[in-house]
Design a binder for this molecule. Structure first.
Ligand code: FAD
Ligand code: NAP
Length: 544
């Protein structure tokens, strides 16, 4: 399968004691490693995959690309790097993003400190030594003062438990661990389960190749055309002429992302003006639609206008009225789930080799059979099945590690009622442990590369402060964590997103505590909190 390299396994690197162990070699973990090394800390990164890239190493399905513009969805820490790299497309494809990350790791010689094909199984805080004892699945025991997780918010899959899976005679492909070699669907009967961002990106390309494609849809999504295109040399040059200015403007915006954004209410304009604004943002493409008005995701009345607009758009594209109706979101709140940025998605439903099956009813997909899927009392014969069913988001990859803090308390216990933390970075009871771009920060609501950079820089500053003061441990206090939890919850209440089902609240994972996990108070407010904590000598942390 995807992750397994055909060659020999990566060697086990020498050394067992470091200042810091970083888990993950995606955007966040790589920059953490770079920064630690630059500041003179000894560090080792541990990565389950055989290569760097994280999300962009694993998600190789056809059509995978970013939904933030490439020229912003990349590092800004090194001016020469951002000037040198040439993005080809407005929304880069997975191969282009992976090539970029590989370029970065080569440029800064990061691989020599990364232990690949190795999974961190457990991490236990040694209260006497004030350091973490880390065990890997290759039998290594490592120790470090700091344990830093860059394990990713969308890196632990959440496959559905489909009865009869073992009986299915066809091939099963998962978007989150797509094979490295090209999958050839020519002439095959292919089924796709999942119409979130991954499914929506893959479906048009699989449809082009397959003999017949059947999409099993449980919930229709709001899909906006990305309007992807090649970047012109002129627009690239214009951005590069003032890249720092663009980045500085992004820092003043809630999502750390510069795009066309209006702040007025959808209720404050005439029907005609509103329609024209929606149309203009639709043409601009992708997530910019969210910027049509300031209250689309906070005011239920404003939100309702979108449903009507989408109904008109879909019926204008999709020729079969029944299919158009099935594709139209009805009770779903716009923006509740992440807005999906697609390419030719609705157009694909006009193809002759295409069927849409509604599995929203009681029972949904009944089971897999030897020859396909049984749903709604009907059999759908399939040669291949693609799962695009999403992730145990934000906490999955953290709680899958057996982490034990002070007094042997496990992270699973500490997070039973939700991922409590202080400023998204630290957890009370787990000294010297940091989490990059996870719950409690803007992370998944913002440009995640830029968010990760801010986390890395904050943590690096904290580590330098500790080194200078000769401190052994840093731990979020219970009071600070409680107050931050209240801030996160209060911010969540201002958005319609916290009241509906999505992976943001963990409702896609059975038994998971229902909490709106990211911080929706906006990046500028978040960064101000972080800066204040540092300026006050790490107020909210106990330093020993
Ligand atoms: P990841 O890239 O997820 O890396 C985490 C790494 O940790 C993985 O390589 C994993 O193998 C490793 N790991 C986890 N647990 C362990 C362990 N126990 N031991 C060893 N290794 C471990 N965000 C945006 O802002 N814009 C986008 O356009 C965008 N597009 C996306 C498209 C897809 C298909 C997906 C799935 C996500 C997308 N995201 C996007 C979110 C994306 O996850 C982040 O932007 C970013 O890539 C996350 O980087 P990261 O380093 O935090 O985590
Ligand atoms: P997702 O948004 O969680 O979508 C999962 C899909 O699978 C949903 O349509 C869900 O239906 C369906 N599903 C799950 N279990 C099912 C079952 N048993 N039967 C039928 N349907 C089932 O996951 P994702 O598409 O992988 O995206 C996750 C996140 O990753 C995105 O929100 C985004 O942040 C990021 N991402 C971004 C991009 C990009 O454009 N750059 C691309 C891919 C991913 P329900 O809605 O009914 O639950």
């Amino acid at each position: 399968m995807a992750a397994e390299s055909s060659g020999p396994r990566s060697p086990i690197l020498p050394g067992s004691r470091f200042d810091a162990i970083v888990v993950g070699a995606g955007f966040a973990g790589l920059y953490m490693l770079y920064r630690l090394r630059k500041l003179g800390f000894s560090a080792r990164a541990i990565e389950a995959a055989p290569g760097v890239g994280g999300t962009w190493f694993w998600n190789r399905y056809p059509g995978a690309r970013c939904d933030f513009e490439s020229m912003q969805y990349c590092y800004q820490f090194d001016e020469a790097l951002q000037q040198d790299w040439e993005w080809k497309e407005r929304f880069a494809s997975q191969p282009e993003i992976l090539a970029y990350i590989e370029h970065v790791s080569g440029r800064f010689d990061l691989r020599r400190d990364i232990q690949f094909e190795t999974r961190v199984r457990s991490a236990t805080f040694d209260e006497t030594a004030n350091e973490w004892a880390v065990e890997t699945d290759r039998g290594q025991s490592l120790r470090a003062q700091f344990f830093i997780m860059g394990v990713g918010c969308l890196s632990s899959a959440n496959p559905p438990a489909l009865p009869g899976a073992e009986a299915f005679g066809g091939k099963v492909y998962c978007t989150w661990k797509w094979p490295h070699e090209k999958v050839d669907f020519s002439g095959q009967r292919v089924g796709v389960i999942g119409t979130g961002s991954s499914g929506v990106q893959a479906i048009p390309l699989i449809a082009e190749e397959a003999g017949h494609l059947t999409v099993f849809q449980r919930t229709p999504n709001y899909v906006v055309p990305a309007q992807n295109r090649a970047l012109s040399p002129e627009e690239v040059a214009a951005i590069k002429a003032d890249y720092r200015g663009l980045r500085a403007r992004a820092r003043q915006l809630p999502n750390l992302y510069v795009f066309s954004r209006h702040t007025d209410s959808a209720l404050s304009v005439s029907d005609e003006e509103r329609r024209a604004r929606f149309e203009a943002q639709w043409v601009l493409g992708g997530l910019q639609f969210l910027g049509a008005f300031g209250d689309l995701t906070t005011n239920p009345e404003a939100n309702k206008f979108i449903t009507q607009f989408w109904r008109e758009k879909i019926s204008g594209i999709v020729k079969n009225p029944m299919t158009a109706d099935l594709l139209t979101p009805k009770d779903e709140i716009f923006g509740c789930k992440r807005l999906v940025s697609g390419n030719d998605y609705y157009e694909t439903f006009n193809r002759a080799n295409f069927s849409l099956v509604d599995v929203s009813g009681e029972g949904g997909i009944e089971r897999l059979t030897a020859s396909g899927i049984r749903a709604g009392g009907q059999d759908y014969p399939l040669d291949a099945l693609v799962l695009a069913t999403g992730f145990d988001a934000m906490t999955g990859s953290v709680v899958r590690i057996d982490i034990r803090g002070r007094g042997g308390v496990t992270i699973q216990d500490a997070w039973r009622d939700g991922p409590g933390n202080f400023i998204g970075l630290a957890v009370h009871g787990f000294p010297n442990m940091f989490n990059l771009a996870g719950p409690g920060g803007p992370s998944v609501l913002a440009n995640m590369v830029a968010c990760g950079e801010q986390h890395v820089e904050w943590i690096s500053d904290c580590l330098v402060f500790m080194r200078e003061k000769g401190l052994a441990s840093v731990e979020a206090t219970a009071e600070a964590q409680k107050a931050w939890g209240e801030e996160v919850a209060a911010a969540a209440k201002t958005s319609l997103r916290s009241a509906c089902n999505s992976w943001y609240v963990g409702s896609n994972v059975e038994g998971k505590a229902r909490v709106f996990m990211p911080y929706i108070g906006g990046f500028p407010r978040y960064e101000a909190f972080c800066n204040r904590v540092a300026a006050e000598g790490y107020e909210g942390f106990e330093l020993r």
